[in-house]
Design a protein around this ligand. Sequence first.
Ligand code: SF4
Ligand code: SF4
Ligand code: SF4
Length: 338
Amino acid sequence: MPKPKVAFYWCASCGGCEEAIVDLNEDILKVVELVDIVFWPCAMDFKYQDVRDMEDKEITVAFINGAIRTDEQEEMAKLLRKKSLLVVAFGACSHLGGIPGLANFWDRKTIFESSYGKGCPSVDNPDFVVPQTVTEVPEGELELPAFHNTVKSLDQVIDVDYYLPGCSPAPYLTMQAIEAILSGELPEKGTVLAPEKTLCDVCDRNETKPEKMSISQIKRISEVIADPEKCFLAEGIICLGPITRAGCTEEGSGRCITANMPCRGCYGPPTEVKDVGGKMISALASILGLENEENMSDEDVEKLMNQVVDPAGYFYRFSLPTSLLRRKRMNNPAKEDK
Ligand code: SF4
Ligand code: SF4
Ligand code: SF4
């Protein structure tokens, strides 16, 4: 009987999700025994034409990491969708837009200006030459993929069957997903293949988490040495554990918590939370007692909240493209929103 065929592809990605596959360690040998890897351009010499030549639905499952930023990524996502029975959005960038999605606070013009123009001190480019999709050279035409104005999550471009969250997904969750796919014991379409609990639910520091607290200062982790036994929120350090899905470690607290760093929310929210930033701001307001802010002056409340440096970047670090905000408003979205 032929083995199931598996594809891996990266879009707008840092490469960490590809390393997460390698992090399967000896389990990767089990995977290779059970499946045929038919496309993994990051690791082996496959060509796009190899995929174009396949029958529709010939690939059992395609794991696609990274957000969608360019024409090439969109084209490959659509091609892999056509050729695959199942598509798994692999990692936070694919699932929620991820770190590349923070670029939605700007538009293409601003990004090009800061990378190729006066905004970049190390670039000498007085004519402001920027990447073009087609460039004529004596040898012929050179092509580059078009750079979209808006970063999208994978499911904003193609139909996605399952999501493996995290920056990057924990190897044990990846193995569980592969085993579920191979055994055909799959949950409902659209499921995020990680626990529904929050990180606070599994965190060793949960007992010290305050129901309400009264603090005069919100601190950044870089400014203090955090007590390794105490909930970060109790110390006035923002931790996104209350609105983040558990699962980044198989047992115990999350990866960052174990390293004495607050959670930044890379596993995304549990299903019932629709907007990470909005929910975290309301959780924070409740913990800080701002719901009863009649005892505080407007000035005091503003002073406290102003201590959150870069709130949009902090609360939407991994999820801006799929949040209610989605991106910075543009003057002509219909024309520019590609
Ligand atoms: S989810 Fe994280 S590790 Fe994966 S591509 Fe995005 S930034 Fe890199
Ligand atoms: S807020 Fe952070 S440190 Fe506190 S219990 Fe939740 S995950 Fe743990
Ligand atoms: S602790 Fe939070 S930010 Fe860190 S890996 Fe886990 S979910 Fe991601």
